[in-house]
Design a protein around this ligand. Structure first.
Ligand code: HEC
Length: 138
């Protein structure tokens, strides 16, 4: 192998080393902190900076299970986050419609390949749900 090839190989393998350990990567938390915490607060209790500034009431999402007889309402939470079906039925609402945003933002990741944005949306919503489940008050 030529020297330049060895250099290319060394660079490629250096780049493929994960930046942080796999056990520390929490996709649901990353997604939540980035998209939801401004309103719902980092701890889910509804005191995010944006919500405080806008002075609107954001529900405490650490009590979703408690308010539902101890059962975490997965389907309802899924539909609230996705929101695309709800919005046609009920018109506007304060909670953003994440399904549309996630679907559009999935496109660049797939570049020119044929892709199914719905699969990407589902994956991201499910990782958010997994995180919300872990935020539930005991
Ligand atoms: C712009 C502020 C805002 C952001 C950002 C936001 N939400 Fe909400 N969310 C609300 C409001 C306000 C409600 C109450 C329902 C309504 O008025 O539409 C709500 C309701 C909810 C509910 C239902 C709570 C209940 O008690 O039934 C869930 C679950 C939820 N949001 C999850 C999320 C997740 C997950 C994200 C991030 C992907 C997010 N929200 C981002 C404002 C926000």
């Amino acid at each position: 192998m030529k020297a330049t090839n060895w250099i290319a190989l060394a660079v490629a393998s250096a780049l493929s080393v994960p930046v942080c350990g796999a056990d520390k990567l929490d996709i649901g938390k990353m997604e939540y902190d980035q998209s939801c915490a401004t309103c719902h607060g980092l701890n889910g209790k509804g005191k995010g900076s944006f919500a405080e500034a806008m002075q609107f009431t954001v529900p405490d999402i650490t009590t979703l299970a408690k308010r539902n007889g101890g059962v975490f309402p997965v389907t309802r939470v899924y539909n609230v986050i996705d929101g695309r079906e709800e919005v046609t039925a009920h018109g506007s609402r304060a909670m953003p419609i994440w399904g549309t945003y996630l679907s559009v933002s999935a496109a660049p990741r797939y570049d020119d390949y044929a892709y199914n944005p719905e699969a990407a949306v589902r994956g991201r919503i499910l990782s958010l749900i997994d995180y919300l489940y872990r935020l539930q008050a005991k």
